[in-house]
Design a protein. Structure first.
Length: 222
């Protein structure tokens, strides 16, 4: 299964999606910072499962209709940062879907995630990540689970990795930096947490109109 995650930078990179999907043929597309009313229902062979409705900058998830059937999708709020309370960019920071693989007949969970911005503390983002993984597990007990997106966590990822592993999950970075706008803030912002999946690799794709580079995650269930 191939999954692309892309932070569109306030929808500025939305015009790249059709070319991105055609070039890499993903099964799942997870987006952050979308202008939801302007999202297409379909991109290539992918259909829109759902998008958040309460956000100024939304999340969206597309899936390959010929390979998967949507069982359930859920958007969730997470603990808010001061930035969220004042500027209100996002009420919902998690969009998770339970899908069934039509050929294999097995269920799995995939999610698009966007953590609080760098103005918040790492401790808050760790809380959001733990809470997000816990909520996703409620979509189906013991199912393979993959959460991709913008974690806004460029430094001290060793602490995050330890916290994630304590809850039984793996944290996997891509092969190159994903945020390049400001030299001082460059790092791995976009990555994956998972359980029940074997991560074959995460490739950082070329820079587009966004300040984030998209990532391509290749996985298979354990």
């Amino acid at each position: 299964m191939k999954v692309i995650s892309y932070n569109l930078r306030k929808h500025k990179a939305a015009g790249e999606l059709a070319v991105l999907v055609a070039a890499h043929d993903p099964d799942i597309l997870c987006l952050q910072e979308c202008d939801v009313p302007h999202l297409p229902e379909r991109i290539g062979g992918l259909v829109l499962a759902d998008a958040t409705q309460g956000n100024r900058l939304g999340l969206a998830l597309y899936y390959r209709e010929s390979s998967f059937r949507l069982r359930e999708i859920r958007a969730l709020e997470l603990k808010k940062s001061l930035h969220d309370r004042v500027l209100k960019p996002a009420h919902e920071r998690l969009l998770g879907a339970r899908l069934i693989d039509i050929d294999e007949g097995r269920d799995l969970i995939v999610a698009s995630f966007h953590a609080a911005p760098l103005t918040a503390l790492n401790s808050l983002r760790r809380h959001q990540i733990r809470a997000a993984l816990t909520e996703l597990a409620k979509l189906g007990e013991d199912l393979p689970q993959l959460m991709v997106g913008d974690y806004n966590y460029p430094v001290f990822k060793e602490n995050l990795g330890q916290a994630v592993r304590k809850h039984g999950y793996a944290l996997t970075l891509s092969d190159d930096h994903t945020y390049t706008r400001y030299r001082v803030f460059r790092g791995h912002y976009d990555f994956a947490t998972s359980v029940g999946f074997e991560i074959d690799g995460i490739t950082t794709l070329p820079q587009g109109a966004s300040d984030h580079r998209p990532i391509l995650v290749t996985v298979h269930p354990d």
